[in-house]
Design a protein. Structure first.
Length: 225
């Protein structure tokens, strides 16, 4: 009798905990969907002068900036699902009232040459960003081949002699920059809460089935004895 009671308590307790974890992930899913909706609305908003988005810094804010590209560029290794390895091309850009900033102009295929960009005055539209792409496994930049493995804004700013401000182009200017646009979106923001919820609810069902089987077997054993 005590064994049956103990098994029932453990079984029901386990089911309750697993169900609670599943419900918590459903709540997290609703929160993440709302957050992604807010970010997408910000990304698609009308641009403002870049100075308005810097004090305080507003991630994903669309900004307009006028100025010219300076010499130099950095290649950041990335990947496109259907193409494989590509390079983001980041360049210094001097803009009125703000100074030199970093502009992520877009991507080129691995092996394609980096074209020279026009030096005349240009009007650009992009989104402010400060991606968190660095971890303990990120290799150091290969400076000899000008290959970086993440957009570390502070380090990039030092290398390009700019302010630590990154603008990702969302609209190409009329001048050819020799790249394919890669505007900011929410695709890189993980949202796995639905899978987690399904996992916890599935475990609750399995735990419940195992508990029922154990109690049924114990009951039959007692009757047979």
């Amino acid at each position: 009798m005590r064994l049956t009671l103990f098994a029932a308590v453990i079984g029901l307790g386990g089911i309750a905990i697993l169900m609670w974890l599943g419900i918590w992930q459903v709540q997290r899913l609703a929160w993440k969907q709302a957050l992604l909706g807010d970010i997408e609305a910000t990304i698609a908003d009308d641009p403002v002068p870049i100075a308005q988005g810097l004090d305080p810094f507003k991630k994903y804010l669309p900004v307009a900036l006028s100025g010219h590209f300076d010499t130099g560029h950095i290649r950041v290794l990335a990947s496109r699902k259907t193409l494989g390895p590509v390079y983001r091309i980041l360049r210094p850009f001097t803009t009125d009232g703000v100074g030199r900033v970093i502009v992520d102009t877009g991507w080129i295929r691995d092996g394609d040459p980096v074209l020279d960009v026009p030096t005349e005055e240009l009007d650009l539209i992009g989104n402010l960003n400060n991606p968190n792409e660095i971890d303990s496994f990120t290799p150091e930049p290969d400076l000899a081949r000008n290959i970086w493995f993440a957009r570390d804004v502070d380090a990039l700013a030092t290398a390009l002699d700019t302010r630590p401000i990154l603008v990702v182009l969302r609209e190409m200017p009329e001048s050819d920059l020799g790249v394919t646009p890669w505007p900011v979106d929410t695709a890189g923001i993980p949202n796995d809460h639905l899978q987690y919820a399904i996992t916890w609810f599935s475990l609750a069902v399995i735990w419940g089935g195992m508990t029922f089987y154990f109690l049924l077997r114990t009951h039959r054993s007692r009757k047979e004895s």
